[in-house]
Design a binder for this molecule. Sequence first.
Ligand code: CAA
Length: 389
Amino acid sequence: MDFALSADQREIQALAREFAEAEIEPHAAAWDREHRFPRELYAKLADLGLMGVCVPEEYGGAGADFLSYILVLEELSRADAGVGVTVAVHTSAATLPILTFGTEEQKARFVPPLARGEHLGAFALTEPEAGSDAGALRTRAARDGDGWTISGAKQWITNGTYAGTFLLFARTDPDTPGARGVSAFLLDGEHVRVTRDEEKLGLNSSITNDIVVEGARVGRDRLLHEEGRGFRVAMATLDGGRIGIAAQALGIAQAAYDVARSYAKERHTFGKPIAEHQAIQYKLADMSTEIDAARLLVYRAAWLKQEGQPHTEEGAKAKLFASEMARRQTAEAIQILGGYGYTKEFPVERYYRDAKVTEIYEGTSEIQRLVIARSVLGLRQAERTLAQG
Ligand code: CAA
């Protein structure tokens, strides 16, 4: 067992940290206040290879491993969690599934522009009536000659406005309800119409949209993986994506801890720094311990994925723990800063707002517990069906 990062991993971590401290963190409060998506930032990240960190060089990426990518997400999210989710969805949920499930032609055509940051990627699974129950999706891909005509509405699509490639899930077999009968498609920005910008509690530097697809005609070259096997593409994609969201939560919690720790050393009450009061010491000790625990879960899940080992359960555990920890500990950071923590003068209220969503998207905490329980209980589909009556 080796807990040390490799020289390459440390180098990429330092690169991401330096960039985030210089180019992201100083603007994060304004982007949050103005609800501004910093489009120009992604060209700079692309110049550093950070829009395709773990994509092989032959497809336009930086050729680093998956853990390096997770380190980048942690650093970006520490500066601005909105930037973190933009890069996470672009990479984990749009670029990597094309590498995993695409034909050679699809990989060569769709991955390089994404990995080079020429356009952003989006993941279109969720619908107004298909969130946690993703298999209930109704977007329809009807057979049309040698291809399909796709129509439907998707909701809460990160990057929607700016995306050039959408991984979109639609029902190819209307007679099969649930997860079977769903297929995955690669659509262009032109196939999609954005109908709304969501107004959110936090993550205001990211964009979240409602979109519609209105009779988009696509050929077989747009089908990712086999017809009727799209739900497996979605689930396998989310297995990796959840590790990215866990890293985002970790970065947010680390940022909150950093602020709370330095504040505690400077702020005086009752004649001494509050860091010398045991009540505050206990809070900082718990924060530091929980952040460490989350980091170990996140890095282990990332390592399993890059080793090609099963990581469904471990990714769900990492996301479950890191997201709930981030929500708890960003609240504790506000508590340590007291009244100041509740104001816009310090960034901890933003961290608190940003942390909350990590318990919701890419599968709620309840869904993570379901995934973990099915795994530890060894429940297969047939047994689950029996158990659910
Ligand atoms: N890998 C590969 N295949 C998998 C899988 C996995 N981890 N998990 C399930 N599957 C397969 C099953 O084997 C099954 O395939 P077959 O029918 O061929 O045997 C099929 O998928 C259906 O599986 P289930 O019976 O387990 O499906 P279910 O209907 O019971 O749902 C669920 C399972 C875990 C609840 C799933 O619906 C789920 O994960 N829901 C949450 C959805 C989610 O995370 N949405 C996030 C939206 S994206 C987002 O948030 C991005 C963003 O903007 C940040």
